[in-house]
Design a protein around this ligand. Structure first.
Ligand code: AKB
Length: 315
């Protein structure tokens, strides 16, 4: 049985990934870690949890050795909007943190999953049906750290044989956890506001198309990639993956179909609009489909229906 450690386990994807991994590999075989934010009761009570800062190389290495960890899902990261406000912090967490994880993985022979993002692309990238291998000249600190991370993971695989794998995640939508500080967060906020107040003010302007994915597909993609036959993987660290591509007015129309009183207005945030404008409208994820069988289950309509159903029970 695998022995897995998850960093960033209190974050949007991390908290749900831990629960999914515990279902598959057993509660005691999945060690959750976070830096400062207290874990939910569910996370803490279902298996081991430690506060750890991946910037502290020795403590991180000790924890990996203590639990004989063989697989690290490294999800601790600063998202795009916060990275623009705090570039220093973004560099330290997204690059120095990843470097430490890779060093420990090299020493302890661990496989490593690290998400990259649509943020690894930039304004000169072909925006439609963005190819797997193409121009990557991002103009945000988040993007710089994501491209560097992709390259660093490739390097550790080629130079040291570390089994590194990763995906370029689009915006992730979930009814369990709120994202923190991203450009795609509007696509989650809209549901909370629509259910609670029947209205939402969107910080991106009409026509801003971006790739998105529902959380169950995001979790499945990470797990499937880490279980994939390595002989089939040509790309390893930065697979384009997407499940839907939409603009704010498209998701607003779907929400209105389910909540007819819903009204959306716009108040554009220039920083996040600038970031979104530099990202693709839609990615080509055929390499992920061919190399490890990526096949998302939720499109825009199915995702919206599930979000409204599940959130209506909670709010
Ligand atoms: C963000 O908006 O920063 C993230 C991402 C697409 O990487 N959700």
């Amino acid at each position: 049985m695998k022995k897995i450690l998850v960093t960033g386990a209190v974050g949007q994807i991390g908290s749900e990934l831990v629960m999914e991994l515990r279902k598959i590999y057993g509660n005691s075989n999945v060690i959750a870690t976070g830096r400062k934010t207290p874990p939910s009761d569910k996370l803490r009570e279902s298996g081991p949890f430690y506060f750890i800062d991946v910037a502290d190389l020795d403590s991180f290495a000790d924890l990996v050795k203590k639990h004989n960890v063989d697989t690290i899902y490294h999800l601790a990261a600063i998202l795009s909007a916060v990275a623009e406000a705090k570039p220093n912090l973004a560099w330290s967490v997204n690059i120095n943190g990843l470097y430490n994880v890779l060093e420990v993985a090299r020493e302890c022979t661990c496989a490593v999953f690290t998400p990259s993002s649509i943020g690894a692309f930039g304004p000169t990238t072909p925006p439609d049906n963005t190819p797997q291998d193409t121009i990557q000249r991002p103009n945000t600190m988040y993007g710089v750290t994501k491209v560097a991370g992709e390259l660093l993971c490739d390097y550790y695989y080629k130079r040291f044989g570390v089994d590194t794998r990763g995906l370029r995640y689009p915006g992730i939508i979930s009814h369990e956890t709120l994202p923190g500080g991203g450009t795609t967060d509007y696509a989650v906020e809209i549901f909370y506001e629509a259910i609670k107040h029947r209205k939402y003010t969107c910080f991106l302007q009409e026509g801003t198309k971006l790739d998105m994915m529902y959380m169950p597909d995001a979790l499945q993609s990470a797990i499937d990639l880490m279980e994939a036959d390595p002989a089939r993987l040509k790309h390893r660290n930065a697979f384009n993956v997407t499940a839907m591509s939409f603009a704010p007015e498209d998701i607003a129309a779907e929400v209105k179909r389910l909540i007819p009183e819903f009204v959306m207005s716009y108040e554009v945030d220039p920083v996040r609009q600038g970031i979104a404008d530099s990202w693709p409208n839609s990615m080509d994820d055929s390499c992920a489909r061919e190399e490890w069988g990526w096949n998302p289950k939720y499109d825009l309509r199915a995702m919206c229906e599930d979000m409204v159903r599940e959130l209506s029970k909670k709010l």
